[in-house]
Design a binder for this molecule. Sequence first.
Ligand SMILES: CC(C)(COP(=O)(O)OP(=O)(O)OC[C@H]1O[C@@H](n2cnc3c(N)ncnc32)[C@H](O)[C@@H]1OP(=O)(O)O)[C@@H](O)C(=O)NCCC(=O)NCCS
Length: 188
Amino acid sequence: MTGERNPASIRRMRADDLDMVLAWRNAPSVRSMMFNPDIIERTQHQSWFEQTSLAVRRALLIVAWEDEPLGFVQFDGVEPGGVSDWGFYARPGAPRGSGRILGRTALDHGFGALQLHKICGRAIAFNTASIRLHARLGFQQEGLLREQHRIDGVHHSVLCFGLLRHEWQATGNEHPQNPFPQSEERAK
Ligand SMILES: CC(C)(COP(=O)(O)OP(=O)(O)OC[C@H]1O[C@@H](n2cnc3c(N)ncnc32)[C@H](O)[C@@H]1OP(=O)(O)O)[C@@H](O)C(=O)NCCC(=O)NCCS
């Protein structure tokens, strides 16, 4: 450890994040990748937050980089040794590399503070960024649910991913440091 402050941070989502998170969730680039691509109304969003933020086994989280919110992550099934499904989205327009920071920071928290045993993710087959991100973070593909999810009359396959605590510890991804210089290079 160098003792330098880690620019990536994670905290509980608060009521004053509601409008920001709703704007992210309803942005076309995010909504189009969700299992439910409908626009979420403010009242619906508010009641979702009121119910889930109080649930003991749920964690609604905001990841930030240099105190700038970078994205939203949620875990369910939260308990020591638990098996959790996660979901996430980056702030629309966030620089490339944001997904990696979001993922690493959240997994570090999930396997660290939340003491999870396993984290599972699911992505619709057309969601290349999420599929690549899961692979990059060390997830194994554990299943392919063929033509499982229907959107506008079209059936899409769903990929299932899983990452075990010891696999995460072996990736060297713990305690994420700055991936932006490389990704900003890539974006030029
Ligand atoms: C998924 C998401 C968080 C990734 O964020 P990001 O900032 O684009 O991610 P990164 O720049 O760190 O890239 C992660 C990987 O995805 C790839 N990628 C990113 N955008 C891509 C795109 N539009 N098409 C194809 N691949 C893409 C990157 O090349 C990288 O792969 P690599 O490591 O093999 O090079 C973001 O796209 C997002 O919020 N999407 C909408 C919501 C969503 O899909 N959530 C997940 C639901 S399962």
